[in-house]
Design a protein around this ligand. Sequence first.
Ligand SMILES: Cc1ncc(C[n+]2csc(CCOP(=O)(O)OP(=O)(O)O)c2C)c(N)n1
Ligand SMILES: [Mg+2]
Length: 405
Amino acid sequence: MTVEGTAERKTARGGSKRTTAKKTTPAKKATQSKAGNSAGPDQAEQDQLVQLLTPEGTRVEHPDYTIDLSPEELRGLYRDMVLTRRFDAEATTLQRQGELGLWASLLGQEAAQIGSGRALRDDDYVFPTYREHGVAWCRGVDPTNLLGMFRGVNHGGWDPNSNNFHLYTIVIGSQTLHATGYAMGVQKDGADSAVIAYFGDGASSQGDVAESFTFSAVYNAPVVFFCQNNQWAISEPTEKQTRVPLYQRAQGYGFPGVRVDGNDVLACLAVTKAALDRARTGQGPMLIEAFTYRMGAHTTSDDPTRYRPDEETLAWEAKDPILRLRKYLEAEGLVDDAYLAAIDEESDVLGKRVRDVVRAMPDPDHLAIFENVYADGHALVDEERAQFAAYQASFADADAAAEGN
Ligand SMILES: Cc1ncc(C[n+]2csc(CCOP(=O)(O)OP(=O)(O)O)c2C)c(N)n1
Ligand SMILES: [Mg+2]
């Protein structure tokens, strides 16, 4: 999945020697990547997008996907997105202040996550990656619970079965297999719940995702594959993952795929609801490619200015998911200044709560890391635990000796 790896393969196929390949400076890389990751879809791609709300906030219709929401529901989507963005910004700041070890921001992907998250029924089951903070919000997972793992004080932070929201998965693409297996189980139980697996454009290159597509198709499993194509897999542009639009991959496995405007919360909601309904009525899996953009860095350990041009990010800013819904709500007279101010105030309260709770999270017992490795214990884990306990105790001994002097 590296640029270097792809370049080498191309050179080898082209017959020229690898040693002739020139080193690419970060600046050159950025220009090159622009060809594959333009500032948004070109006209052909645009024609394939399911869209119900234009970037200017104008409501449009689509022949296959419709939605009819009450003013309250529309305002709810706006509130979800604003609060999720605020939570995310707070987490990024907490990482910068040394309170978290790492954070993976969802900035720019709020519509994809809130739209799909609000399409779910309580009994549906979600298998997320590590960036689905908006979906977690929709499932009712307390946002502060998402931060324990990123602070390094627990292995997850919530009981997946309380909200039917699995723990975050870092191993790229593996959760699509978990989702497929779970969906096959749901089917055997005779339940009419559906399962949704989130993954990224980079994950689409993983074998696990290909296997999930095969198994779910042949078993007609009630699973929706929700791919957030945010245009980048760390520093790799989507053109390094695929030569066809990602949603078209589904066809080869025998189930439908659709590309939705991932910055349009209404379209994401409508398309995901249709896919879930399809799954729960025995019509099998579906692939949704939410065409969106990762506005921030891959994680707080990444510096995107080294590999992508500012113009690309700026062009996507004009498609901001929150702004377009706000324009629509304002134009329809569905929100007023007082409502918007109240949401901002609620955001501030959430931000403060997140900061307070994170700072007060107790450090775990040093030996807790050895728990839950095996259900019935393991001799090697026991040995490692004893070694680590002795190592920790050596500090206490040294402290005691120093005090004695
Ligand atoms: C199996 C595996 N290989 C590599 C990695 C390192 N890695 C972490 S995130 C990432 C990129 C994922 O990109 P994408 O699927 O597009 O998701 P995004 O981060 O853009 O949401 C990689 C390669 C990993 N976590 N797991
Ligand atoms: Mg990506």
